[in-house]
Design a protein around this ligand. Structure first.
Ligand SMILES: Nc1ncnc2c1ncn2[C@@H]1O[C@H](COP(=O)(O)OP(=O)(O)OP(=O)(O)O)[C@@H](O)[C@H]1O
Ligand SMILES: [Mg+2]
Length: 352
């Protein structure tokens, strides 16, 4: 049973602030992903939780105990680094048993437990192989087994799947999630891949430039991005420049008034805003349906990806992307004149 709390965590390197005022409360057994672009502070925050880095300010609590200055080896964490850091001179079982041997677990017992762990990660037959004989996916699993060997309170992973090719990576995302659920171990994973975070996480922490931008359930973050950064980073999105108007249920964009259910806010008329609308929420037709929120545009590019079709539509100087399932819409081609429809419920409004 492990609950993790971060309180007002700062990390400075000289004058540079790598993490600014991070706060998080993670329930026992949950899976959190730190998601954000390169350099935003994800690894730094994870390393502070692991005890490999000391915060400049703030506290880290594990099950209510302040562990902020507790060294790494006393924290009961299992860590998988991006590099995996497996020992090439040891075989698979010895790698998995390594931590147990350091803790003086008798050899036979440690190797028996290593075998159990290898079964858990679906590699029961390779205990005696050397690390260099393994594929990328197998190495990944060995590193995971090794990190779990001492039944850690916290399971910490830094971009563990980034070296794998796309298909294997997707399989491993699902496998990792299922393993985590089965073990119920409180887990923190760093990634810059939003679909990986959506697959694995119960909670996503979106970060940018050292700051936490939003914390929430993956679908909540996807459907209700807290600001323009999150709207642009998590999933693909159309970002459209606009402005507030005196009416709290509408905004101005493309030189016209658009109804937007989420337009309300205390900002004065004229405030610049950015609208976001998901490509799958943009409706396209070839003739005007006389509804409000309909905007004419010209198709500039079509892309058929098999599972979905995408149209790029130019409206004024702005490119809007619409996506739909194949066959559910008439076939369009470049230069076609079309009408876009934005449902007022699908438009999000952010400060620019
Ligand atoms: N030891 C250090 N000394 C000085 N600056 C550091 C140190 N470690 C990290 N930084 C800086 O802190 C910022 C955050 O780094 P961090 O490694 O946490 O980013 P990240 O989000 O994990 O990025 P990536 O996705 O590229 O791994 C970066 O600008 C980095 O250069
Ligand atoms: Mg990193």
């Amino acid at each position: 049973m492990t609950e993790l709390v971060l309180q007002n965590i700062d990390k400075k390197y000289g004058k540079f602030t790598a993490v600014k005022n991070a706060n998080l409360k993670l329930d026992d057994g949950s899976f959190v992903c730190f998601l954000g672009p390169s350099g935003c502070g994800k690894t730094t925050l994870l390393r502070m939780i692991a005890g490999l880095e000391l915060p400049s300010a703030g506290r880290i609590l594990v099950d209510g105990d302040d562990v902020t200055s507790l060294p790494a080896h006393k924290r009961e964490t299992g860590v998988v680094f991006q590099s995996l850091a497996l020992f090439p001179h040891l075989n698979v079982a010895e790698n998995v048993a390594y931590g147990m041997r350091l803790r003086k677990v008798p050899k036979a017992e440690a190797l028996a437990r290593a075998q159990e762990l290898l079964e858990l990660v679906q590699l029961p037959h390779i205990a005696k192989r050397t690390i260099t004989e393994l594929s990328g996916g197998q190495r990944q699993r060995v590193a995971i087994a090794r990190a779990l060997a001492l039944k850690p309170k916290l399971f910490l992973l830094d971009e563990p799947l980034s070296a794998l090719d796309a298909n294997l990576r997707e399989d491993m995302q699902v496998e990792l999630k299922q393993l985590q659920r089965r073990l119920g171990v409180t887990t923190v994973m760093v990634t810059h891949d939003q679909s990986e975070a959506m697959t694995a996480a119960d909670v996503i922490v979106v970060m940018s430039a050292g700051r936490v931008e939003q914390i929430g359930h993956p679908l909540e973050v996807y459907q209700y991005p807290a600001n323009k950064f999150v709207a642009g980073f998590v999933g693909s999105n159309n970002l459209i420049e606009g402005a507030r108007i005196a009416d709290a249920t509408s905004v101005e964009a493309f030189g016209r008034r658009l109804k937007a259910e989420h337009a309300a806010g205390a900002n004065a008329a004229g405030t610049e805003v950015t609208l976001s609308i998901r490509p799958e929420d943009v409706e396209l037709s070839t003739e005007s349906q006389g509804k409000e929120n309909c905007i004419p545009g010209t198709v500039s590019f079509m892309r058929d990806l098999g599972a979905e079709v995408e149209a790029h539509v130019t409206v004024g100087g702005t490119r809007i992307i619409a996506k739909w399932m194949p066959k559910s819409n008439p076939t369009l081609k470049e230069s076609d004149e079309v009408v876009l429809y934005f449902d007022p419920a699908d438009i999000r409004v952010h400060l620019s």
